[in-house]
Design a protein around this ligand. Sequence first.
Ligand SMILES: N[C@@H](CCC(=O)N[C@@H](CS)C(=O)NCC(=O)O)C(=O)O
Length: 232
Amino acid sequence: MIELYYWPTPNGHKVTMLLEEVGVPYGIKPVDISAGDQFKPDFLRISPNNRMPAIVDHAPADGGAPIAVFESGAILLYLAEKTGQFLPADLRRRTTVLEWLFWQIGGLGPMAGQNHHFAQYAPEKIPYAVERYVKETNRLYGVLDHRLEDWPFIAGDYSIADMAAYPWIVPHRRQGQNLDDFPNVKRWFEAIRARPATIRAYEKGKPWMNRPAVTEEGKKILFGQTAASVGR
Ligand SMILES: N[C@@H](CCC(=O)N[C@@H](CS)C(=O)NCC(=O)O)C(=O)O
């Protein structure tokens, strides 16, 4: 049984997409990031960066004590290795999956995240910041479109690299992007959206999606954090 610490945001959806694909039993522990659940001591022991998603695997492959994993890329990698799915064993294909997984973790995710922040959440609209991140998101969509010219999925077969990127393309409109400008991304996006596991994964988030992932109250918790927030 996998315990999944989750909230229905792009980083949360990545993990439910993989768990639904592989069919490993899991239970969701909601982490309401607008209510400050990410600062609860029990959660910080699992995820010291006060971010979800995180998992606890109660039946690790070595038969030992439960293993906790934070950071969505590390979680995808851990679960792909545990199940032997969506990460090829072949050296070259595996390296490609990892390159694009890290591309999402270090590029698409943070840049689109800043795009969301300055375009939607910042109390004042700073045109330079909005334009900077809309443009950088646009560049990254261009990189992905180019990659998908010759491949059905990012690394050939459907893999954890696609599951990492897809949830960050879902909000393309609010990122100021038009999928018609990126025909290969559009084709890839539609193919992933239609997968039964993707549909099930997004359904999982529904019980908590009756209000914005970031509420007005939540902004105070989310956007003023310092070392003091984690007790330093
Ligand atoms: N690099 C992290 C990012 C995770 C992340 O930013 N999670 C956000 C929600 S999408 C969160 O938990 N925010 C809580 C907070 O900022 O305190 C990952 O990929 O897991």
